[in-house]
Design a binder for this molecule. Structure first.
Ligand code: ADP
Ligand code: ZN
Length: 226
């Protein structure tokens, strides 16, 4: 399994990626988490990335491409991987093709998670996470047992800096401008499979298995040209 998950912020890419990683026994490579870790450690990459992330802009392609190139060289990714949050622009998609080609590999699944804007904004603005263990809560749908505290480790929950309303708006614009074109790119390659972002968490593993095992409907000769 060499897969990419595409979808707007808040679609549930992380949740799906984690389940797929467990089903197939492959590492989940999440560029957002890698960048946030770099920011926390104040590495040169982190210091540069922070200003972009805080504004909801993409971190420059070259920086992210280098980071992913290095990550994919690690031995755990040899037998497969799932990329969450990458590629996010045409230049990143091209870079990924090159990276994989050098080791004779190719993507075999691109999962598109669909979700409407209203739900996205609700999810992101009410999302709270645990800075210690990474657990994620939602103020209405999955509230912590004790107000403001992580169920698992009792740490004070925080809101991601980029989950503030103005930044959410910009992230959605950036998704439309830069990332949505990738859907066409991968559709032409016959790789896209679609899943709704609002299906019940309990049904998610079964649905993911079914979708990933299904065959892509469009046959190559039925695909749009150009
Ligand atoms: P979401 O998908 O919910 O927006 P992420 O955690 O994937 O959240 O990304 C958060 C931020 O990290 C992005 O807004 C962007 O600034 C940066 N980032 C993550 N992945 C990439 C990438 N592939 N290319 C450029 N920037 C990225
Ligand atoms: Zn916790």
């Amino acid at each position: 399994m060499k897969a990419v998950i595409l979808g707007p912020p808040g679609a549930g890419k992380g949740t799906c990626a984690k389940i797929i990683g467990e089903i197939y026994g492959i590492p989940v490579i999440t560029t957002g988490d890698m960048l946030r870790a770099a920011v926390a450690r104040m590495t040169p990459l982190g210091l540069t990335a922070k200003s972009y992330m805080d504004r909801g802009e993409l971190v420059p392609d070259d920086l992210v491409n280098d980071m992913v190139t290095e990550r994919l060289k690690e031995s755990d990714a040899e037998g497969g991987f799932i990329l969450d949050g990458y590629p996010r622009s045409p230049r990143q998609a091209e870079a990924l093709e090159r990276i994989l080609k050098t080791s004779g590999k190719k993507l075999n699944q691109v999962l598109h998670i669909k979700l409407e804007d209203k739900t996205i904004i609700d999810r992101l603005s009410k999302r709270r996470s645990c800075p210690r263990c990474g657990a994620i809560f939602h103020l209405d749908n999955k509230p912590p047992k004790a107000k403001g505290k992580c169920d698992a480790c009792n740490t004070e929950l925080v809101q991601r800096d980029d989950d503030k309303p103005e930044v959410i708006k910009r992230r959605l614009e950036v998704y439309r401008e830069k990332t949505q074109p990738l859907l066409d790119f991968y559709k032409k390659k016959g790789l896209i499979k679609v899943i709704r972002g609002d299906i019940n968490l309990m049904d998610l593993p079964t649905t993911l298995k079914r979708v990933l095992n299904s065959r892509v409907r469009t046959k190559p000769h039925e695909q749009p040209q150009g």
